[in-house]
Design a protein around this ligand. Structure first.
Ligand code: CDP
Ligand code: MG
Length: 134
């Protein structure tokens, strides 16, 4: 199956992209990859489920008009669940040190990586970056 990942601006500015991609490639095949500066409506689409929450403005400040990298990943099994496990807990201080957020995340919202949490989210999120999803 497939999943979508976004490498967040904090990871790009701290030059962690290579190390994060290595961790991803150890477990997945990269099907698509591109860099993209997100617009305000694209951040709203990416984080549609969080609109109206107290931290939503923080997400907008962290991601709008900033460079990100989008990936579609393939795996023989449950790519979505496996990638969420590799990403680790939302807050880096709670994340297992073997996970991407545990290794590289610094705080919220700057936890280095986003990963889709459902098939519907994968379709919506991947469409922000890629015209033909798979
Ligand atoms: O990314 P994940 O699915 O683990 O967490 P979420 O609860 O769906 O929240 C989405 C993103 O919002 C997180 O990855 C954080 O970057 C950010 N966030 C935040 O800034 N403050 C919070 N209290 C919770 C989440
Ligand atoms: Mg989430």
């Amino acid at each position: 199956m497939y999943t979508f990942v976004m490498i967040k601006p904090d990871a790009i500015s701290r030059k962690l992209v290579g190390r994060i991609l290595t961790m991803i490639e150890d477990q997945f095949k990269i099907v698509k990859i591109r860099s993209k500066t997100l617009t305000v409506p694209e951040v709203e689409k990416l984080y549609a489920e969080h609109q109206g929450k107290p931290f939503f403005n923080r997400l907008m400040n962290a991601y709008a008009d900033k460079l990100t990298i989008g990936l579609i990943l393939e795996d023989g099994g449950d790519a979505i669940g496996k990638m969420k496990r590799l990403a680790g807990a939302t807050h880096p201080k709670d994340a297992d040190p073997a996970t991407i957020r545990g290794k590289f995340g610094i705080d919220v919202p700057d936890n280095s990586i986003h990963a889709s949490d459902s098939f519907d989210a994968f379709i919506r999120e991947a469409a922000i970056y890629f015209e033909d999803i798979v």
